[in-house]
Design a protein around this ligand. Structure first.
Ligand SMILES: Cc1cc2nc3c(=O)[nH]c(=O)nc-3n(C[C@H](O)[C@H](O)[C@H](O)COP(=O)(O)OP(=O)(O)OC[C@H]3O[C@@H](n4cnc5c(N)ncnc54)[C@H](O)[C@@H]3O)c2cc1C
Length: 410
């Protein structure tokens, strides 16, 4: 009886092929589910800044057999230099003193390298990827979910998973408009890359500059011939929540950074023509329940923590792992979803809370906050160990002990 019920709930549609989506597809496939992944773009999207895999998420990628490849792709940032308006160093610290990461264990790699590896790991012919398409409508009748794709085709699934990010359209279709769940953190960011000039010798390091309400940085990821740049500013009201106008944003950013020190004027100029500019509000998703009927959320769609927490990728990997395991254990999706949420939510909430101190470190909003940040940096430099700030973050990164689902593997 139970086995029959399980097989009745095994056809799963996942919306989104970035990090949470392919990770979930991998695990569901290993437990014998029939998985389709629908992705709006025509391929797995390759762009993005270096991201981190830490704490409990390292165990997830190890169990996926990905650790050696990820270690080979690790970009190994060795120092962060905070500078003043003339470029003189205020503090030089290890990235771990800021992030709470563990040198020699954590993995840092370009986001696109991770999505490519996850895609490669799940491109086995059994998991069906459907690119250049998206969910247009869902109808959950209690026994299954009818899906109309924007391409015009229809299909029916036992379970639909929204892994389509902060601005998820699946979440909007089932749970309501993003405005109800988007918690804006008072900042907006631009990320882009530029070719590394031959005169610049930066390697495996980042340089960060801040004024009250404005911050900029460049980041030499490993030995890459490109520099990653960011321009972040504080804004009491968000210019938008879900649909940025990129040209308007280039203009707005130039105005906001007018008169800024260090190398900011050159960075603003480079941003105007960057073809990989990624602009967004710094926002989190807080939603009272991660499931409704047979539809469930995972990754940023459910609980985006914002890049100020440094934990978006790790939370996506952990959430995908637990959701798949609970679906494999519990024949009834409602029970599986409740169990997944019960296990992961406390971990998510603790990690989302990290964004607040991360924000003051990267972008102090007042002179007072900037002075406090500089004092904290000085303490981190002089401290023999990594300091209380980093220790607390590390504890939170590791605060979930992963359930063991190995007995369920096929
Ligand atoms: C292009 C891009 C660049 C990013 N760059 C950075 C970065 O530099 N630093 C950082 O910390 N985080 C970045 N992120 C966010 C980071 O990837 C996530 O915080 C985190 O990894 C959680 O992953 P996720 O899979 O839940 O969501 P996301 O990585 O946001 O992935 C969502 C996926 O769903 C797809 N999608 C969206 N809408 C639909 C739809 N309607 N139908 C089908 N598919 C849809 C998207 O194309 C994307 O592939 C970036 C995300 C993207 C998409």
């Amino acid at each position: 009886m139970a086995a029959g019920f399980i097989s009745a709930n095994k056809k799963v549609l996942i919306s989104g092929a970035s990090i949470a989506g392919p990770a979930l597809a991998y695990w569901l496939h290993r437990y014998g589910f029939d998985v389709t992944v629908v992705e709006r773009s025509d391929a797995v999207r390759s762009g993005g800044y270096p991201i981190d895999i830490r704490g409990a998420a390292l165990d997830v990628v190890e169990r996926m057999g990905l650790l050696p490849k990820l270690q080979a792709a690790h970009i190994d940032t060795r120092k962060l230099t905070f500078v003043d308006a003339d470029g003189a160093p205020i503090a030089v610290i290890s990235p771990e003193a800021l992030s709470g990461g563990v040198s020699g264990r954590d993995i840092e790699l370009p986001r696109g390298a991770l999505t490519a590896l996850l895609y490669e790991q799940t491109r086995n012919g059994a998991i069906h990827y459907r690119f250049s398409d998206s969910i247009g409508a869902v109808e959950d009748d209690g026994a299954g979910v009818g899906v109309r794709f924007k391409s015009g085709t229809h299909d029916r699934f036992d379970i639909v998973v929204s892994a389509d990010g902060l601005h998820s359209n699946t979440r909007a279709l089932v749970f309501g408009p993003e405005e109800s769940f988007n918690r804006y953190l008072g900042r907006c960011f631009n990320l882009f890359s530029v070719p590394k000039p031959s005169s610049v010798s930066l390697s495996h390091e980042g340089i960060i500059y801040a004024e009250p309400g404005r911050a900029a940085g460049v980041y030499a990821a490993g030995d890459s011939d490109r520099l990653f740049a960011f321009l972040i500013f504080a804004a009491a009201e968000p210019p938008f929540l879900s649909h940025p106008d990129i040209d308007e944003q280039r203009k707005r950013t130039s105005e906001i950074f007018a008169g800024s020190g260090w190398k900011v004027p050159r960075m603003v100029e480079a941003m105007q023509s960057a073809d990989d500019l990624f602009f967004d509000t710094v926002s989190q998703i807080h939603i009272p329940r991660w499931s409704s009927g047979r539809v469930v959320l995972v990754g940023d769609a459910a609980y985006a923590p914002s890049f100020l927490s440094g934990q978006g990728t790790s939370l996506a990997l952990v959430g995908a792992y637990v959701l798949a395991g609970e679906l494999a254990i519990h024949p009834d999706p409602t029970t599986a979803f409740a169990s997944y949420e019960q296990i992961v939510r406390p971990f998510v909430e603790a990690n989302q809370a990290l964004a607040s101190s991360g924000g003051s470190m990267l972008l102090p909003r007042s002179q007072e906050e900037l002075d406090r940040r500089n004092q904290a940096l000085a303490a981190a430099v002089s401290s023999a160990d990594s300091g209380e700030y980093a220790d607390k973050r590390r504890q939170i990164h590791n605060s979930l002990k992963l359930p063991d689902y190995r007995h369920l593997l096929r």
